[in-house]
Design a protein. Structure first.
Length: 262
């Protein structure tokens, strides 16, 4: 496992990944409420905020926009992803290699694994190749560890989220991106199971400022290292305001009330 303490992916041991791979994964529906959010440049501008440690995008967006921001933004290249038009058991196409991600300028890579899917074995084998290539290039790897499939009745239960965190450790991820299990105790369980793999919360669907920040605060208090967030930032009319609050909660470990007052 890499020591990512000094990697661009982190700041003072904490992580705030601004995820913007939703155009592929979810499609135009995610840009309906704030139409200007469909422009990747808007989110790259938000990623220049000091709270953001990396922006996570697919390779086409990286090729088109990252060169204009390479001095101000750290790039996490998402290596796999599949459109919401796909209707089968959860799976994710490998769209980019570690070598190409590095050529484009990525300092870390991300990979989705759907534990529990009928395609889990194939995805785990793909992750093995990606993980070993990332090690060869000293690039940290973030696993989007999302248990999902017809056999799972509750993909956000404490035990399932803890299993997702453990799977990331067992397969060699440096960071596990998992869903919030709904409580600080549930997140503590996931952090324990992850061992030396760092745990960050998936930002999920847009909620109110307070509800969102309270979940982030619970993650930090539980020993999590931060957040990988998309819609709860760029679906807002003013992304900078929520990033200011996240700066307070994640890096300064301020209360939610303090963050909302700033």
């Amino acid at each position: 496992m890499l020591d990512i303490g000094d990697a661009p992916l982190t700041r003072d041991g904490k992580i705030l990944i601004l995820a913007y791979d939703h155009g592929l994964e979810h499609g135009p529906v995610d840009f309906t409420d704030v139409p200007e959010s469909a422009d990747p440049q808007r989110t790259f501008e938000a990623a220049t905020h000091p709270a953001v440690t990396s922006i996570a995008v697919q390779k086409g967006v990286a090729e088109a926009y990252y060169p204009s921001y390479e001095d101000d933004v750290d790039l996490l290249m998402k290596l796999n992803g599949t459109s919401n038009l796909w209707m089968g058991e959860p799976d994710s196409a490998v769209n980019c290699s570690v070598e190409y991600a590095r050529e484009v300028g990525a300092s870390s890579v991300g990979f989705t694994l759907y534990g529990g899917s009928n395609h889990e074995i194939e995805m785990a084998e793909e992750f093995r190749e990606v993980q070993e290539d990332a090690r060869a290039h000293d690039l940290p790897i973030v696993m989007w560890s999302y248990p999902r499939g017809q056999g799972l009745k509750n993909d956000t239960s404490d035990e399932v989220i803890a299993y997702a965190a453990r799977q990331a450790l067992e397969l060699g991820a440096d960071v596990a991106k998992v869903k919030y299990p709904g409580s600080k105790e549930g997140m503590k369980h996931a952090v324990r199971m992850a061992g030396r793999t760092k745990v960050v919360m998936s930002g999920g669907s847009k909620t109110s400022d307070r509800e969102f920040l309270e979940s982030v605060k619970a993650v930090i208090d539980a020993g999590g290292k931060g957040l990988a967030v998309g819609r709860n930032v760029w679906q807002r009319e003013n992304p900078e305001r929520i990033l200011d609050a996240l700066e307070q909660v994640i890096f300064e470990e301020a209360s939610v009330d303090t963050a909302l007052e700033e």
